[in-house]
Design a protein around this ligand. Sequence first.
Ligand code: ADP
Ligand code: NI
Length: 213
Amino acid sequence: MNKGIIEKTEKWVKAQLINEESGHDWYHILRVTRTAQQIAKEEHANDEIVTLAALVHDLADDKVAQNEKEALKKIDEWFKENGLGDEAIAQIISIITTISFKGGNGQPVSTLEGKIVQDADRLDALGAIGIARTFVYSGHKGQPMYDPELPVRNEMSIEEYRHGKSSAVHHFYEKLLKLKDQMNTTTGMKLAARRHAFMETYLEQFYQEWNGR
Ligand code: ADP
Ligand code: NI
């Protein structure tokens, strides 16, 4: 693995996400990258592709980038400048355009490396970290932590969410508790099962305290 390009890319990404407040901050990237590397080892995937794709996976997301096309072009140029081969660059670009929920229009991720980065990204929405991110996000959007009178809806788009009413606890049912059944790799599934169980325990305790027991 080419350590130089990875270290350089880490610095490059960190500098861009330093003021990021949408839940896609540098430490999200770092956690996703470490988890993706762990899964890549277990699944015998290409470590360099997985690492680089994980590092840049949110840079072209519409929550982070003003212009997704330009952001992709910038990523492409960055890797070219740093001597990465055309095939590897194409693989990375394909991974980051297909992994997000809306990006790729629901197309399944085709390569093992892409599946791994997607699993790692989803894992960061689960468990203790996932719970924390959800409450931070909800607070940021001015939503309550819970509202027992609100119905549980199916997963909402960001736009619907901005206009509709939800709560942090509702988001568990709208998205988080569904993720364990959407994992691609066996290693991802195992990691998700533990984090899922932790969220169920958390909700049980939450309702007990909410109801004064
Ligand atoms: P990503 O693009 O990394 O998959 P999102 O942008 O959908 O994630 O969400 C970033 C974080 O904010 C995640 O942890 C997610 O669970 C949380 N989040 C997203 N939408 C909501 C919501 N409607 N209510 C509460 N938390 C949310
Ligand atoms: Ni992400």
